[in-house]
Design a protein around this ligand. Structure first.
Ligand SMILES: Cc1ncc(COP(=O)(O)O)c(C=O)c1O
Length: 380
C-alpha cells in the first residue's frame, strides 16, 4: 500500500523540475567566487536561480540573500538587526512564531534587548488595535510576525500591519515560509525583511533566502567572503540554490491552490459532520488553503498519530517531539487551549499532489480510529 502524505507543512516532496535544476549543478561545479570560466559558469547559474526566485516574489534580484533555509533567514533578520542597532534595538513579536524566531528572541532578551510579545486570541489572531497600542507603548525598532502559522494556517493581516509600521518608521520582518507558493506574494512581499525556504515549495532542504528590501538596514552574521554582496559569507550551496530556483519557477497555479482548498474544506466538513467532539483550531479566521488543525476530544494526538502511521498515513501532532514524547504545542497553548486540549490536536496539511482518494482514505481511517479509541475508553 502506498503511504499517504498529509504533512506538507513539515516538508514537500522534491519536484522533478527542482531535481532537473539540481542536476545542472553537478555539471557546473566551479566555485562561484572564482574569476575563471569554471567559477563564472557556476555564478551564472546561481544568478539565474536568483532571478527566478525574485520574479516569483515580485522583488528585485539583488534583494534575495541566499541562506541555508527559513531558520537561518529568520535568525539573520533578527540578529542582523541587533548587531546593527545594538543599544537601541527593541523587538516586538508574537507568541506563536516558529522556534527559530522564538529562540532568537530569547537569545536577544538574554543579551539585554527588550522583547515584547503580542498575545493571540482563541482564533489565533490578535486585534490590530492591540497591535497599534503595543507599538505605541513599547516602541519597537523591529517587528517580526509570521505571515501564516505553520500549525493552524492562520493568516496575519500583514498589509495593515505594514501600513502601521511604515507610519512609525518601524521595520517589519515576516516569516513567509508557509505562505510562499500558497498565497499571492502581493499580500506579503512589501515587508522590509522576508524569510522563505525551498523545501516547503517542493525544492530541496538546506536552501532558503532572506529578502532584504531596498534600503532596509541589516548587517551580516556569517563572515568568510563577499558572497551575497557581503550579506552572507560562505561558499554558496549551488545544488540547493538551483533546486530552489527550479521550484520557484514551478509554484502551484491558482487552480492547483484552489483544488487543495476544496479538498481541505471537504475533509474538515466531513469530519465535523460525522464525529462529535471535533473542533477546528483557528476556525472562523482566514487561513492558508491547505492546513487543518483539528482537536479530537478525549483522544491523545500521540495515539491517533501512531494509529494513522500504522495505516500508512503521515500527519503531524503539530508540536515538538522531544525525548520520545509529544509536548503540547506552544501555538495552541498561546491560543488558550489547556495542555490536555492541545495534546488532543493533530495537523493535517495537504499539497498539490494530494488526491480526493487520499483525503477519503484519511477520513475513513480517522473516523475508524477515533470511534474505536472512544469505544474502548467507554468500556474501561
Ligand atoms: C513558519 C516556519 N518558519 C520557519 C521554518 C524553518 O524553515 P527551515 O526548515 O528551512 O529552517 C519552518 C519550518 O517548518 C516554518 O514552518
Amino acid at each position: 500500500m502506498n503511504r499517504i502524505y498529509a504533512d506538507f507543512n513539515a516538508t514537500t516532496p522534491l519536484s522533478t523540475v527542482a531535481q532537473s535544476w539540481m542536476a545542472r549543478a553537478f555539471e557546473f561545479w566551479g566555485n562561484p567566487s572564482s574569476s575563471h570560466a569554471h567559477g563564472r559558469q557556476a555564478n551564472e547559474i546561481i544568478e539565474e536561480s536568483r532571478d527566478l526566485i525574485a520574479r516569483s516574489l515580485g522583488v528585485s534580484s539583488f534583494e534575495v540573500v541566499f541562506t541555508s533555509g527559513g531558520s537561518e533567514a529568520n535568525t539573520l533578520a533578527l540578529l542582523g538587526s541587533f548587531f546593527l542597532k545594538k543599544p537601541q534595538m527593541r523587538l516586538l513579536t508574537t507568541t506563536v512564531e516558529h522556534s527559530s524566531i522564538r529562540d532568537t528572541a530569547g537569545f536577544l532578551q538574554d543579551q539585554g534587548v527588550p522583547v515584547d510579545y503580542l498575545q493571540v486570541k482563541r482564533s489565533g489572531l490578535f486585534d490590530l488595535e492591540v497591535f497599534e497600542r503595543q507599538l505605541n507603548e513599547f516602541r519597537p525598532t523591529l517587528v517580526s510576525v509570521m505571515a501564516a502559522n505553520n500549525e493552524t494556517g492562520v493568516l496575519f493581516p500583514l498589509k495593515e500591519m505594514f501600513g502601521i509600521c511604515q507610519q512609525r518608521g518601524i521595520i517589519l520582518h515576516t516569516d513567509a515560509v508557509q505562505v510562499f507558493g500558497k498565497v499571492s506574494p502581493e499580500e506579503w512581499n512589501f515587508c522590509d525583511l522576508i524569510s522563505i525556504t525551498a523545501h516547503k515549495i517542493s525544492g530541496p532542504k538546506g536552501a532558503g533566502a532572506l529578502i532584504v528590501r531596498r534600503g532596509t538596514p541589516l548587517v551580516a552574521t556569517h563572515y568568510g567572503g563577499a558572497q551575497e554582496i557581503k550579506r552572507r559569507g560562505g561558499t554558496e550551496n549551488v545544488v540547493g540554490i538551483l533546486g530552489f530556483g527550479g521550484a520557484a519557477s514551478d509554484l502551484p497555479t491558482p487552480e492547483e491552490i484552489n483544488n487543495v482548498r476544496i479538498l481541505r474544506d471537504t475533509f474538515e466538513k466531513t469530519l465535523l459532520e460525522t464525529l462529535s467532539g471535533v473542533s477546528l483550531n483557528g476556525a472562523d479566521v482566514t487561513r492558508i488553503s491547505n492546513t487543518s488543525s483539528i482537536r479530537f476530544e478525549g483522544i491523545s494526538s500521540e495515539v491517533l498519530l501512531g494509529a494513522l502511521d500504522l495505516d500508512s498515513i503521515s500527519v503531524s501532532a503539530g508540536s515538538a517531539c522531544s525525548s520520545g514524547s509529544i509536548s503540547p504545542s506552544h501555538v495552541l497553548l498561546a491560543m488558550g487551549l489547556n495542555k490536555q486540549e492541545a495534546k488532543e490536536s493533530l495537523r493535517f496539511s495537504w499539497g498539490k499532489t494530494t488526491t480526493r482518494e487520499d483525503v477519503d482514505t484519511v477520513l475513513r481511517a480517522v473516523i475508524k480510529h477515533v470511534t474505536r479509541i472512544r469505544d474502548r475508553k467507554r468500556k474501561v
